[in-house]
Design a protein around this ligand. Structure first.
Ligand code: HAM
Length: 447
């Protein structure tokens, strides 16, 4: 190893550490790991109630899967992939999880296990975008894919499930934007009409829109510029290119959502940035997030993806994915109380070597019995240990030295009301002593 000093390493821009305590990185507040676990558990609970089961796929995927699946001309594939070569294999760090889930579904013939597979995932994704608040290079998505059903009821259930997750977390004030992209036939014809319409206006378009005009014209519909929006307002409408069956399907979806009291806005400009969608497309936005990054989640139907990635026949599917970091930003803006780490139920203050040895054995027995126990491991003074017990919010404290060991009894202090009881110094007695001093938990509060 070289002996020359090297500068202190830092995490890569657009990535961040999730620490036990909340932290901030590049003006973004990163929730603590206990809050992540809490939110992930809430998400999994809602998934359970909908009968949606978890799937975990690799972070590494073949580059061609993403290029074919997401679409060769999309921003994700042309600009944002972390891709590399090793030997003669091309790898990509997955930028999204829908194509990988469909790959796994086809690879493992999951259709033979159930006619409809309802799957969810939570995990990291990677996109080489310009990092900013709500937009990162490594971010986390949770998402759902319903594979095997072409029915519009599946579209509705996926959307309602998505909304129920945010509701379960206390975010009920989100805006659902909804559109239909029609079937396979609608988009190419609309694209041609859009390009024909926009070409004479090219001098008034931004540089990026001019580039999109050549590469991926539908993305221009995403523009946030008021001037471009005004031009587009006069242009062709996707809905006019959509076959009547698709329009009827869309009406049925709106009825199904309306019937469940789900509010939505129809947005004829919503096309999404991935190429695999047909029929339904939707996004969930929140005013709690900054304008440009206000999409909490997005999704739609993607019946053609399976064929794009090698299946002999089309496989109907619909799903959504959501950014975990944006969810935390919204929760933070809404001042939602998030779970922090559970406090120790017992802190053992040890005085001397014998007590330390006794505490090692007893704390292990208590931990095996399910009690959260903390013991000093740094040889600190009794006073410093008491301070630490307070700092950690320990629910009860027992002080153990030679005298206590000799007599076999000590005093267990309930930190909430400062009451003390005499306690036998064995794991069983401590366990029941600790349990009797615990606060009563309202079962509703933990649901
Ligand atoms: P997407 O719209 O590209 O869709 O991403 C879904 C969500 O992931 C976004 O709404 C946003 O919350 C979050 N997200 C995306 N990029 C970033 C980033 N760079 N930093 C932070 N958060 C980000 C998909 O990925 C599709 N696979 C959704 C889908 C599932 N469609 C059907 N099934």
């Amino acid at each position: 190893m070289s002996s020359s000093r090297t500068e202190l390493f830092r995490s890569i821009k657009g990535t961040f550490d999730i620490l036990p305590e909340p932290s901030s990185s590049d003006d973004t507040l990163i929730a603590g790991s206990a809050a992540w676990r809490f939110v992930e558990r809430k998400i999994a609970d809602v998934m359970d109630r909908y009968g949606v089961r978890e799937i975990r796929t690799p972070i590494l995927e073949p580059t061609a899967l993403i290029a074919r699946g997401v679409g060769e001309s999309t921003d994700i594939v042309t600009k944002e992939m972390f891709a590399f070569e090793r030997g003669d294999t091309q790898y990509v760090l997955r930028p999204e999880v829908t194509a990988p889930v469909m790959r796994a579904y086809l690879q493992h013939h999951l259709d033979q296990q159930r006619s409809v597979q309802k799957l969810f995932y939570i995990g990291p994704c990677f996109r080489a975008e310009r990092p900013q608040k709500g937009r990162y290079r490594q971010f986390h998505q949770f998402g759902v894919e319903y594979i095997g059903s072409s029915g519009v009821v599946a579209d509705a259930e996926v959307i309602v499930l998505m909304i129920d997750i945010y509701r379960a977390l206390g975010l009920s004030d989100c805006r659902l934007r909804l559109n239909t992209l029609g079937d396979e036939s609608a988009r190419p014809a609309f694209k041609d009409a859009l390009v024909d319409f926009l070409r004479p206006h090219a001098s008034k378009l931004s540089e990026i829109s001019v580039r999109r005009l050549a590469e991926n014209p539908l993305r221009i519909l995403d523009t946030k510029s008021a001037e471009e929006r005004a031009i587009l307002d006069e242009g062709p409408r996707l809905i006019d290119f959509v076959p009547v069956e698709s329009r009827e399907r869309f009406d049925r979806l709106k009825d199904l959502l309306g019937g469940q009291g789900i509010m939505f806005v129809e947005d004829p400009f919503l096309v999404r940035g991935l190429d695999y969608y047909t029929e339904t497309a939707f996004e969930l936005e929140s005013d709690l997030l900054d304008g440009a990054q206000n999409a909490l989640a997005g999704g739609g139907r993607y019946d053609l993806l399976a064929r794009e990635i090698g299946a002999k026949t089309a496989v109907p599917a619909v799903g959504f994915a959501a950014g975990m970091e944006r969810l935390f930003l919204a929760l933070h803006a809404a001042s939602s109380a998030l779970q922090s780490d559970a406090a120790p139920e017992l802190y053992i203050v040890v005085l001397g070597e014998k007590a330390q040895e006794w505490a090692s054995v007893t704390s292990r027995a208590l931990r095996q019995a399910g009690v959260r126990v903390e013991v000093d491991i740094s040889g600190r003074s009794a006073k410093a240990q008491m301070r630490e017990a307070n700092r950690l919010g320990a629910l009860s404290v027992v002080v153990v030295g030679d005298d206590e060991l000799q007599s076999g009894v000590a005093r267990l202090r309930d930190m909430a009301n400062a009451g003390e009881i005499e306690i036998r110094l064995d794991a069983e007695a401590l366990k029941s002593g600790v349990a009797s001093s615990l606060p009563v938990v309202d079962p509703e509060a933990t649901r």
